[in-house]
Design a protein around this ligand. Sequence first.
Ligand SMILES: [Zn+2]
Length: 168
Amino acid sequence: MSVTFWCPEAPREYKRVPCDAPSMGLTCEPGDRCGYCDDGWMEEKVTECPEVDLANANARQIVALLQMGDPNEEYGDLKVEDIPSVLRRIMVVLAKDGEREHLVRETFDGRAHEPRMMKDPETGMDRISCGPRVIDMGNTDAQTVRRVTNIRNLLTWAHEQGLDVSWG
Ligand SMILES: [Zn+2]
């Protein structure tokens, strides 16, 4: 699941472009279509708005970091008149590492807990369990900076156009 930050009022249009299935190795020819297009044509969204897509967890972190709204909500919006205060907050966040360092997480690939003895529920025998494998891709400061920079581009554009920003 992901969250898109965008301007609902931004002009956008859909233009018909040739199906891109062949570029992904799928067959799409007259009489043998890929099944995802309209007889060899598909619609492509065209907008000048620099929309930003973030994974849910990253979106919540960014909303909290930039104080854009309630990070516990899956969606929210920012009125155009409130954009300058968030842009000022972004300047601070980008200038001070200390504002972002709490978001840095090491990559983790390991077990849920230390080895411990437990009874095997099926055989009743003792066995050693380390719990399920846990993988966390982590988060680098560079990734945080890139997300914040993308949001700044969107907010700057929205403010110039006089448009509100929404996410969800
Ligand atoms: Zn196709």
